[in-house]
Design a protein around this ligand. Structure first.
Ligand code: ADP
Length: 770
């Protein structure tokens, strides 16, 4: 009104709370100054001024620590509590603004100006009131904290300020926000602010409700699933179908399987996990697959070894012709096994060209000792995970091939063959060779860990055997653990025997024909070997034999015959035109052309080195199939020739005017580059001096810069190639003399063999002396 009222009142400071006009509240007081203020008020009009502290923690707030807007309250009730505490019940009467404070003896007093709300009559005010009532009703629906009575009570109020205060008291959570509302003296503005809060709180309450209902649903669903499963279990139990919690019979199987401790624990855990997830869900299937893997492994299953050596020898002989050294070594190995009764020995590694029977002899070993046989090809394996598996956390992950192989074997002690161990590669996906190292290491492999299985698996009883095409390409650390057994390529004579005794009978049987249905003379077999195959082993020969059987079968049906004899004409009819013809040996000695011998991964070959000089500046031009090593030996050869130009009868500065072009014909890439050293030197000397080279001579040997001849590898293969080419004189390094033992005498008889130590001896033999 016109003269706002002022009053003097004792002050009660409040911490973290306040009282709105029109609301009733009780609180406890204990501070002496508060109690003194209360006592003072009780002696007068029983009115107090409540002022909230700006900071809750102030123990003795000064006037400047209090808000300047507070509430005048009537004290309705005072109650002494045990101790010093006093509980006061107050009713908020009206807002008041502090004008000044007076410090009394033991309490604070303030002179205040009473602030009654102005009367609002505008339409805006009414609309605001209605809005607030509607919003509150909505809020009450969303929030479970408000009773219907209160909503209805609010509907009976009309004054915006009163409504605002009531709402602020009920919906605001923080005292700071409440103080803000108390400090707002304009009733309409106050109500507008409260409406804003209502909208915000309703939104929040809605979201809260949504979240709660979501949580409730998922909990309910889990519970429902759980109950259903429990019921199912109970029904199954009632029917006596399965053990409790053992829908798949896993627990029963687990009992029957001699798992190791870790495997048992893992399995147990996984079965428990499974019982808690919904059947058919992806996770469930992952668990199921995993348990199946564990239980399907051949835990504790072993076959009994048969170490009867006579029987083993018989089986090896029955399956393979020749290979005497190899068979002997196998028998020794089995003998040691019989004495020691454990597998801790070197791992056998059969090294040799393709098709010489490495794989099939290992199969025969398995049969000889009565063990299961599994084979894994390492050719092209570059990912460690192929050997050791992928972690279970990846979708669709599986154990590696070792574990897969063991499961397939179905016993803990199979013969496990790693084919092509020299063909592993390593790249960013890890080094498979190091995983193999662990597998093959007798000290470690009793607890092999696959990434997928995550449990140790005992590989110590497995008989590991490996094969490789060449010893050079086997990773060094693996090589250390293995005993190399060379399986050499076959001579034509051996191939003939293998064809006659093994391949033909085998193919006949495979094509359902009785022995003797297809016959041929040895001479025809020879033309079959020479004209249709060119290989170190007998793979193509076996395929060719199969082709003959197919053609023969058609012939027999068409002609209603019982048997067929294959002669030269029929061989041609069955197999088509001859594939390989032997070029007749050049009889004439020639300049600049020398027969070298190469050892390739498929056996031996003759290698014609050709060389011509031309005007130039001493450059060496190389074309054809040459690796780096080959280029180096060409350069060494050229240097030797330059250094010896005088003795060779060349002009001392010949190389300032002459270029040399060396060409090696296309063909398989030689395994050992340097062995063409003496061949190239001979070609250079011949080309530069014009002296002719004998064409019935072939040679192999590495050469040092000073002209010393060093030993080479693959002598047997090279000699066989020379034999096939019709060579008469064979030049070999003296240090290779011991290797001649391995070559059949009928082959050696064919040659004049010259063993050399110096390049001059080579030149003396190969060059036609003018
Ligand atoms: P590799 O593993 O060395 O490549 P395989 O073991 O696959 O060779 O042999 C190819 C085929 O040749 C097989 O059918 C095998 O039985 C046959 N074979 C190889 N050597 C002989 C042999 N000495 N006696 C009988 N058959 C052989």
């Amino acid at each position: 009104m016109a003269n706002p009222k002022t009053m003097e009142l004792p002050v009660l400071p409040l911490r973290g709370m306040l009282v709105f006009p029109g609301t009733v509240l009780h609180f406890d007081i204990a501070r002496p100054r508060s109690i003194a203020a209360l006592e003072q008020c009780m002696t007068g009009k029983q009115k107090l001024l409540l002022l909230t502290q700006k900071r809750e923690e102030d123990e003795e707030p000064k006037p400047e620590d209090l808000y300047m807007v507070g509430t005048v309250v009537n004290v309705r009730q005072v109650m002494n509590l045990p101790g010093e505490n006093i509980r006061v019940l107050v009713e908020g009467e009206v807002r008041a603004l502090v004008q000044n404070f007076q410090e009394k003896e033991n309490y604070l007093q303030a002179t205040v100006q009473i602030s009654k709300d102005r009367i609002v009559r505008s339409n805006e005010g009414k609309a605001m009131v209605r809005t607030a009532q509607d919003l509150f009703e909505e809020y009450a629906k969303s929030s479970q904290r408000i009773s219907q009575d209160m909503v209805e009570g609010l509907r009976t109020l009309e004054k915006p300020g009163e409504i605002a205060d009531l709402l602020a008291a009920h919906i605001l959570q923080k005292w700071q926000e409440k103080q803000e509302m108390l400090s707002e003296l304009d009733p309409l503005k106050r109500l507008e602010k409260v409406c804003g809060v209502l909208v915000r709180e309703t939104d929040l309450a809605d979201t809260e409700k949504e979240i709660q209902s979501r949580i409730r649903k998922s909990v309910e669903r889990n519970q429902k699933d759980y109950y259903l499963r429990e019921q199912l279990r109970a029904i199954q139990n009632e029917l006596g179908e399965e053990e409790e919690g053992d829908e798949h019979g896993y627990r029963k199987r687990m009992e029957e399987t001699p798992l190791n401790e870790e495997a048992r624990a893992k399995c147990e855990k996984e079965i428990d996990r499974m019982s808690r997830i919904a059947p058919g869900s992806p996770e469930y299937i992952v668990s199921e697959t995993y348990i199946d893997w564990i239980l399907d492994m051949p835990w504790g299953k072993e076959t009994e070894d048969n170490l009867d050596l006579a029987r083993a020898r018989e089986i090896l002989d029955r399956e393979h012709y020749g290979l005497d050294k190899v068979k002997e070594r196998i028998i020794e190995y089995l003998a040691v096994l019989r004495m020691k009764k454990n597998m801790k020995g070197p791992i056998l590694c059969f090294v040799g060209p393709p098709g010489v029977g490495k794989t099939s002899i290992v199969k025969a070993i398995a049969e000889a000792v009565d063990r299961k046989f599994v084979r894994m090809s390492l050719g092209g394996v570059r990912d460690e995970a192929e050997i050791r598996g992928h972690r279970k956390t990846y979708i669709g992950s599986m154990p590696g091939r070792i574990i897969t192989g063991m499961k397939q074997a179905g016993s803990m002690n199979p013969v496990f063959l790693f084919d092509e161990i020299d063909k592993m590669a390593s790249d960013f996906r890890g080094d498979p060779a190091s995983a193999m190292l662990e597998v093959l290491d007798a000290e470690q492999n009793n607890a092999f860990r696959d990434h997928y299985m995550e449990i140790p698996f005992d590989l110590s009883k497995v008989m590991f055997i490996t094969t490789a095409n060449s010893r050079e390409t086997i990773p060094e650390p693996l090589l250390d653990r293995m005993e190399i057994i060379e399986v050499p390529s076959y001579t034509e004579e051996e191939k003939l025997q293998i064809l006659k005794r093994h391949l033909m009978p085998k193919q006949l049987a495979e094509h359902g024909m009785a022995p003797g249905t297809v016959t041929m003379d040895e001479e025809i077999m020879r033309s079959m070997i020479e004209g249709y195959t060119r290989e170190a082993g007998v793979r193509t020969l076996e395929r060719t034999a199969a082709k003959i059987c197919r053609k023969a079968a058609v012939y027999l049906l068409e002609n209603e015959a019982e048997s067929v004899h294959v002669d030269a004409e029929r061989l041609h009819a069955f197999l088509g035109a001859v594939r390989y013809t032997r070029e007749p040996l050049e009889q004439e000695a020639r300049v600049g052309i020398v027969n070298g011998l190469a050892w390739t991964s498929v056996g031996g070959e003759t290698l014609e080195v050709e060389c011509i000089p031309m005007p130039g500046k001493g450059n060496l031009k190389l074309t054809g199939q040459l690796g780096d090593v080959m280029k180096e030996s060409a350069e060494a050869a050229f240097s030797w020739v330059r250094a010896h130009s005088g003795e060779l009868g060349l002009e001392e500065d010949f190389y300032t005017k002459t270029d040399i072009h060396v060409h090696l014909p296309e063909g398989a890439v030689p395994k050992d580059g340097p062995s063409a050293g003496i061949t190239m030197t001979t070609a250079f000397v011949s080309a530069l001096t014009g002296k002719k080279v004998r064409q019935d001579v072939a040679m192999t040997g590495e050469m040092t810069l000073r002209g010393r001849v060093l030993p080479i590898g693959g002598l047997k293969e090279k000699t066989l190639a020379a034999y096939r080419a019709g060579i008469r004189i064979l030049i070999i390094p003296k240090e290779n003399h011991k290797d001649l033992e391995e070559i059949p005498s009928y082959v050696l008889e064919h040659f004049e063999i010259i063993e050399v130590e110096e390049i001059q001896q080579v030149l003396d033999t190969a060059l036609v002396q003018a």
